[in-house]
Design a binder for this molecule. Structure first.
Ligand SMILES: *Cc1c(COP(=O)(O)O)cnc(C)c1O
Length: 355
């Protein structure tokens, strides 16, 4: 920290994103991107005509895209909020709804950005331990008198909980906001979006970065009651009113119109997931059941850090955390069949070497 930085950030530990190497070509299975490019209609939408309008600010209300999303999900435009990636949405959630009198809780093993935002805003926060096998127990979140953030499916475990369990949690805390981070919902989980009309305190957060092959475009969105969306908008207009750029807005509209393409890609990823898990089973790996585009797995004879380093040395990037509760494990993004075959081949090499 320099002598210039505000004292209130003295203890802040920043979020560390997964490696994005710009030099050599890796098989990139470390940040849960899609192996598939955007749909053809997206390439057409971001065209010279759109670029030639970059001298003009984008619509601060993002009306065309919000209408599109509202129609797609069977809600109204007033229920939809746009953000520059769901990371920005998380930022707005913590800033808008949490303070000393409205503490926040989230699972102890979950997306690493939640505690970073909690500390950024100096919020009292509770990390609720997961149960045996990284299972999330809904009862642990019922009536606890706090705002709640839950990723469903959870990261980095890939495990999900049913909508009925989410409804129990939401119903038990009508005066607190429950945010369900559905970054991975389109890989086999069950979305709780149908509950939005029923509960004013539920905020559902999704992203274009995973299922929709648009991580580089930076777009996330939330669906919730107009009351929550208005609150978020007040903070957004106090932060950055033009938070979604024109090109991303155009790409996103074409993305929603190409739903079939993405649903088909998700089916391929789910098939590759089943294939990868079965192959790892044959090598005696332990892999958690996943409803996401990644798996959380551990090798009986090679610790997580060694597996991560061995794979990196062989040109395959996965994610590993040096945190005691999960240091045995690696999170592996599910890519194309060809990528998974290379990953498996390198894993076999590493195991053989360790014998
Ligand atoms: C990837 C991820 C995000 C962030 O996605 P962006 O929209 O790219 O910012 C949010 N939550 C979880 C759980 C994620 O894994």
């Amino acid at each position: 920290m320099s002598r210039f930085m505000s004292q209130r950030f003295a203890g802040l530990e920043a979020y560390v994103p997964g490696e994005q190497p710009q030099d050599m070509q890796y098989i990139k299975l470390n940040t849960n991107e899609s192996p598939f490019p955007p749909a053809p209609a997206v390439l057409e939408a971001v065209n010279a005509a759109e670029i030639s309008r970059l001298n003009l600010y984008p619509d601060p209300e993002g009306k065309v895209l919000r209408e599109k999303l509202a129609e797609h999900y069977g809600v109204r435009m007033e229920n939809v909020f746009l953000a520059n990636g769901s990371d920005e949405l998380l930022n707005f959630f913590f800033m808008t709804f949490c303070d000393g009198g409205k503490p926040v809780a989230f699972p102890a093993v979950s997306y690493g950005f939640y505690p970073v935002y909690a500390r950024l805003y100096n919020l009292p926060h509770t990390k609720i331990p997961l149960r045996e096998g990284f299972r999330l127990e809904p009862e642990d979140y019922c009536g606890i008198g706090k705002n709640i953030v839950i990723a469903n499916p959870n990261a980095p475990t890939g495990r999900s909980i049913p909508v009925a369990d989410i409804e129990k949690i939401v119903r038990s805390s009508p005066d607190h906001v429950v945010m369900i981070d559905e970054a991975y919902i389109d890989f086999g989980g069950e979305s709780c979006l149908p509950l939005v009309g029923k509960y004013e305190n539920l905020l559902v957060c999704q992203t274009f970065s995973k299922f929709r092959s648009l991580a580089g475009g930076r777009l996330g969105f939330a669906i919730g009651s107009p009351a929550l969306i208005e609150d978020l908008d007040k903070i957004r207009y106090s932060t950055n009113s033009y938070n979604i750029n024109r090109l991303t807005m155009a790409a996103a509209v074409a993305t929603i119109e190409s739903d079939e393409y993405y649903v088909n890609n998700s089916k391929r990823i789910q098939a590759n997931r089943a294939y990868t898990v079965a192959e790892l089973d044959r090598l005696s790996f332990e892999t958690l059941p996943s409803q996401a585009n990644f798996i959380f797995t551990r090798c009986p004879g090679v610790d997580g850090g060694s597996l991560y380093r061995g794979l990196k040395a062989r040109g395959v990037l996965v994610r590993h955390w040096d945190k005691r509760s999960i240091s045995d494990w690696c999170r592996v993004t599910i890519g194309s069949r060809e990528q998974m075959d290379i990953f498996l081949e390198k894993v076999r090499e590493i195991i053989k070497e360790a014998e």
